[in-house]
Design a protein around this ligand. Structure first.
Ligand code: COA
Length: 379
């Protein structure tokens, strides 16, 4: 018998000390560098929040202006990268296109010396600035349209919207998109962040670190859930079918997308802010039928699974908000990545400050001293 205790999913096993963000799962509290995420969603902008995550403190006016300027001037992607994106299958998922493009970006900007603070900062700025351009370019090119060049006179959120739709967002839509980016920018030691830290711990270059994290985010148990929430609401069809659908799913032990969280045992604070944002978008653009279904579903689910600590998570309302903004559902997870890159990079910088390669233990349950039977003698 092994002395080691296995914790499936590493539940409650610390893997690093971190000062980037904090969650109190019982009190619905999420803080980035000590500041409540609701405050940041209301008062800050994505650029300022990204600086806060990367540097540890809010920027001064001058620091923010310089950072914003650096981001605006690094948005363009190399024409060879655009050619590479053009060659990807248009039926492929944009997350796979983003992962491939970010990995390829590392070949254009070699950043092998991860002990060089200046080069690390350059990589951080490039990755945050260029990922929206890659996602928008793939989206346009797969439809046979021209990719739209980024505009330096627009902020991060507005420019992304512009590159997707070739028109500027209204101030209300810009604010909602910006707040969504802030809400998704960081979330302690989740699967993709851990994956990025593990890759970083081998001293791999930052583009490889972020492409590892993007790959981990693609799965439906992590970033892919918001896309599946809308598919689920479409499958249910109408509000009167919500209760029986939920009862049936629970009886069949089906995982219901957009609910449950390893850490939150109450409603995810980001879901609360997103629901509020959703209602704001609807005053601008009209309320979709999915929203009333979602509200009914939340009611039924809390009644049935609330006592087990299963409540709506960030993905439950985010898809509904993005759909109301006219964003196609397979871009929901890439938008999550465009935001989360700030948190991934903050963790990578932290890992680099005090690095030791990750090399966990296993509990071996296989055969020992097995006999090698020559091929001719095997039955
Ligand atoms: N629907 C129905 N039951 C759920 C559930 C959900 N969304 N999430 C958890 N549960 C139940 C499990 O069936 C399990 O029940 P049991 O103890 O009777 O076996 C219990 O709650 C614990 O779930 P578990 O899967 O062990 O929790 P976890 O911490 O490993 O997983 C998630 C967390 C997020 C992966 C999980 O809640 C989930 O798959 N949610 C749906 C996907 C999703 O929305 N992901 C986005 C996360 S932000």
């Amino acid at each position: 018998m092994s002395q080691l205790e296995l914790r499936p999913g590493l539940a409650d096993v610390p893997v690093a000390e971190s000062a980037v963000s904090f969650i109190d799962g019982k009190r619905a509290r999420l803080e980035y560098r000590g500041i409540a995420v609701e405050t940041l969603a209301r008062e800050s902008c994505f650029e300022e929040t990204a600086w806060l995550l990367l540097k540890g403190d809010l920027p001064t006016q001058r620091e923010l202006a310089e950072f914003d300027d650096q981001l605006r001037h690094r948005r363009r992607i190399k024409y060879k990268l655009k050619d590479l994106i053009k060659c990807l299958p248009e039926t492929g998922h944009p997350m796979d296109a983003l992962q491939a493009s970010v990995a390829a970006m590392g070949m254009f900007y070699p950043a092998r010396d991860v002990t060089n603070a200046e080069s690390n900062w350059d990589s951080c700025v490039r990755l945050i600035a260029k990922m929206p351009t890659v996602v928008a370019a793939f989206h346009r090119l797969r439809a046979g349209d021209e990719a739209i060049k980024p505009r330096d006179d627009l902020d991060h959120a507005a420019n992304f919207y512009y590159m997707l739709f070739e028109r500027e967002p209204s101030p209300a839509v810009r604010k909602v998109l910006d707040a969504c980016l802030i809400l998704h920018a960081e979330h302690t030691m989740n699967a993709s962040t851990f994956s990025g830290r593990v890759t970083g711990s081998t001293l791999a270059n930052p583009y490889t670190v972020i492409s590892s994290a993007i790959g981990t985010l693609t799965g439906p148990l992590h970033g892919g859930a918001n896309e599946e929430v809308l598919e689920m609401l479409d499958e249910i069809g109408s509000i009167d079918k919500v209760r029986s659908w939920c009862e049936d799913a629970i009886a069949n032990k089906k995982k219901i997308m957009g609910f449950g969280h390893r850490v939150y045992k109450v409603k995810d604070p980001r879901a609360t802010v997103l629901q509020d944002l959703a209602e704001r978008v609807f005053t601008d653009r009209g309320k979709p039928p999915q929203y009333d279904m979602a509200v009914e579903m939340e009611k039924v689910m809390i009644e049935k699974l609330g006592p087990k600590g299963i409540y709506p998570n960030v993905d439950f309302y985010s898809g509904i908000v993005y759909q109301a903004l006219g964003i196609p559902s397979d871009l929901f997870t890439p938008i999550f990545a465009i935001a989360r890159v700030a948190g991934w990079l903050a963790h990578w910088l932290e890992q680099m400050q005090n690095n030791r390669i990750y090399r966990p233990e296993q509990i071996y349950v296989g055969k020992r001293n097995a006999e090698y039977v020559p091929l001719a003698k095997r039955a």
